[in-house]
Design a protein. Sequence first.
Length: 478
Amino acid sequence: MQTLVMSFYLYILLLIVPLLVLLVILKPKSGYSGKKLPPGSTGWPVVGETMRFVLSGPQRFIRERRRKYSNDVFRTSLFGQKMAVFCGAQGNKFVYTKLFTPWWPESVSRVMFFPEYTDTPVNEVSAVMHSFVHEILKPDALKQYVRVMDAMAREHIESEWDGKGVVKVHPLAKKYTFDLAFRLFINVVDVEHVTRLFNHFRLITTGLFSVPINLPGTAFSKGVKGGKMIREELLKIISNRRKEMMERRENTPSSTDFLSRLLLVKDENGKYLSDKEISNNIIGLLVASYETTSTAVTFMLKYLAELPHIYDEVYKELMEISQSKKEGELLMWDDIQKMRYTWNVVCESLRLTPPGHGGFREAVSDVTFAGFTIPKGWKASWTVHTTHKDPECFPDPEKFDPSRFEGKGPAPYTFVPFGGGPRMCPGKEYARLEILVFIYNIVTRYKLERINPKEKIIFHVIPVPTEGLPLRIIPHSI
C-alpha cells in the first residue's frame, strides 16, 4: 500500500514539475525597461498571486507586502492582471482621480453578465446606469423607502427571530438584505420565487472573486452556473414587466421599484435599454447591496453584543425614537436623522471590520506615484486595510470608539468603506438606511449575548464568522 501511495505522488510530480518549468521559461519579459516600476512580485505565471490573496485574505496579504516592499505602493498580479496596490490616505486619494477608470476582474464580469458583455469595458456596461443609480439612490429619492424597509424588517424579525432564543445572525442578515433588495429593485414578493432566486444568487457570490477556471466543483464554475440561472429568471421578469407596461401604455412607472423605472430609461441615442442590459444592471445592484450590507449588519450586532456600554447608549437613543411613535407606526425619514450616535457606532464597526477590501481601477495612461511609474493598462487597487487601523489615522486603532466620527470625523481618505471623492459609492445612503432600520428593530426588541466569544472570523475577500455569529436574543419584556 505504501509503495502504491509513493508511486502516485511520484506520478503527480512528474506531471506538475515539467509544466511549472515550462511556464517559467515561457514567462514573457516585462517590456517596461527604463521605467521605475513599484517593487513587488507577480508570483507564478498565469495565476500570479491570486491564490495567496484569496487564501490569506486581503488584510494579511497587503500587510505582508507593505512590510516587505513599500509602504506607499507595491506591484503584484491578481486575477490574471498586473496590478499596483496603493496604500494609505494619499494612495486612496490618487486612485479615485480621473487618471483611472473602473475595472472588474474577469471572474466578476463572467459571473454577472451575459457572455457578449464580458469583454465590454465597465464604464460602457454601466454608463447609463451610473447616472440612474445616483438619481434613484440620492437621499430625497430614498425617503419613500423608509417605511417599506421598516415594515419588511418587522416582518422578517417576527418570522425569523421572535421566539427563537438563539439565532445565527449572518445567514439571517443575508436573507433579509436579499429579500429587501428584490422587493425594492424588482417588486418580487412571492416567497418561493424569492427563495429560488436567493439560492441562485448565493452561487454568484461564491464565484465573484475566484480564479477564473471553469472546472466542475470550482467556485468560479458555481458562480457561472448561478449567474446563468438568475439571468434567465430576470429576463422572464423583465419581459413580463415590459409587456404589462406597454399594455397599460405607461410613460411613467406606476410602481416605485427600480425595474419599472429602469424600463423607461433611454441611452445617449434615445433608445430604451435592452432586456439584457437591464438584467446586467439589476444584478450589479443586487451584488452591491447584498454581501457588504449583510456583513455590515452582522458585525455591528457582534460589537453590540460584546460591548454593553455601547449597546446601552444605542438602546437609549433608539428607544427615545420608539417612544415618540404611536403603536404600530412605521419609521419616517426624520427618525433616521435622529440616529446620530447609532450611525457613529456603525461607522466604527465598518472601520474595524470593513465588509469589503476596497476596489479596482485601470490606469488610462502612464502615471507616477511616490516616485514609481504605473504603466497604462495596469490595474490598480485601493484598500481600506492601509488606513482603517493605522495609528496615524486612528489613534489606538484597536479600540472601539464611536466618538471618532463626531464633528468633522476622520481626515479625508482615511475612512473609506464606501470609497471617496468622485468615486464615492452611490449606494452609501441606501446602505445607511437599511442598516439603521434593521438595527433599530433588533435593539428595541432584544438584549444581545454572544454565544461563543472565541468564534473565529475568516478574512478572505469579506470577513465571515465561521459559525454564522450565533447570538442569544432576550426580549426586553423579560
